[in-house]
Design a protein around this ligand. Structure first.
Ligand SMILES: Nc1ncnc2c1ncn2[C@@H]1O[C@H](COP(=O)(O)OP(=O)(O)OP(=O)(O)O)[C@@H](O)[C@H]1O
Ligand SMILES: [Mg+2]
Length: 273
């Protein structure tokens, strides 16, 4: 079992979809993701996504914004094929996600969820989860790249510090940064990020912002964004409401429209930042 597959199991994602009989392994991808008129419902009579068309070129950052229940998390669940679409087409580098093996798909996706997940073990173990065969040196390189090395070095046992139930208590921000190191080590072509909303101190916030830039560099990223900086730097922002994309464009384009995005911006982010 690939390490990413194990991570998904631990994250308690549904595992009931099976590979198609004729499924092929997804070859190494560039990271082009296309939703073509996709509709989806968890339950037959309650549409959650309606006619979603969305295109991410390799390396682009797509930010998904919108009110709670709009369908943001559902979009990223479909990319990882935790659920199958009901209508339309969803392809990665031209491959229908239903026609490739799940292991080969997920091994090329990096996923960082809102509630940073650490399991019992050492910090090194937790970072190594992104690549089970990684050496200690590779782990340190990844940790340095996301700004985790300094605080890890100051812990009593450094990288060997236990973060299990009886281990050291890390802050939410520190756990996030460790999950970034894990994702960076895995080096996926597509990154899926459900940005955490919990507030952290300003120093940690700076580290996180830089780490996010490092992490997204050169990868196609889908970010459910709460940080203004993530949103402003996105190549494209898709504004969702009731399972539809109601506006799309860059930060400047959407502000100029003075529509839903403008309202979200003035009500939420402008005040908070
Ligand atoms: N596993 C599920 N089974 C049934 N309905 C679901 C499931 N997950 C989400 N939904 C419903 O689908 C709709 C979209 O949910 P989704 O989680 O995609 O919203 P969201 O935009 O991510 O919201 P939030 O900002 O609160 O995270 C909601 O009405 C939600 O109740
Ligand atoms: Mg969500």
């Amino acid at each position: 079992m690939a390490s990413s597959e194990r991570l998904f199991r631990l994250l308690d994602m549904p595992q009931d979809l099976t590979d198609a009989p004729e499924a092929v392994d997804l070859p190494p991808i560039a990271g082009r993701v296309i939703f073509d008129d996709v509709s989806f419902a968890y339950k037959d009579d309650e549409p959650v996504l309606s006619h979603i068309s969305l295109r991410a070129e390799p390396g682009q950052r797509i930010a998904l914004v919108g009110e709670t229940g709009a369908g943001k998390s559902t979009i990223i669940r479909l990319i990882a094929r935790f659920f199958d679409i009901n209508e339309g087409a969803l392809t990665i580098d031209g491959y229908d996600v239903r026609q490739v093996t799940q292991a080969s798909l997920r091994s090329q996706l990096g996923i960082v969820l809102q509630d940073p997940f650490l399991f019992a073990g050492t910090i090194a173990d937790n970072i190594r989860y992104g690549k089970l065969e990684a050496t200690q040196a590779e782990i340190v390189v990844a940790a340095k790249a996301v700004g985790a090395h300094d605080f890890i070095s100051k812990l009593p046992d450094g990288y060997q510090t236990d973060v299990g139930e009886n281990g050291v208590n890390l802050s939410v921000g520190q756990r996030q940064i460790i999950s970034f190191a894990r994702a960076l080590l895995a080096d996926p072509r597509i990154l899926i990020l459900d940005e955490a909303t919990s507030s952290v101190d300003t120093t940690t916030e700076k580290i996180i912002q830089q780490a996010l830039d490092t992490l997204m560099e050169g990868r196609t990223s889908f970010v459910i964004a709460h940080r203004l900086s993530t949103i402003v730097n996105a190549d494209m922002i898709a504004v969702l409401a009731n399972g539809r994309i109601i506006e799309r464009g860059t930060h400047e384009e959407l502000l100029a429209k003075r529509g839903r995005y403008f309202n979200l911006y003035t009500m939420q982010w402008a005040q908070a930042n």
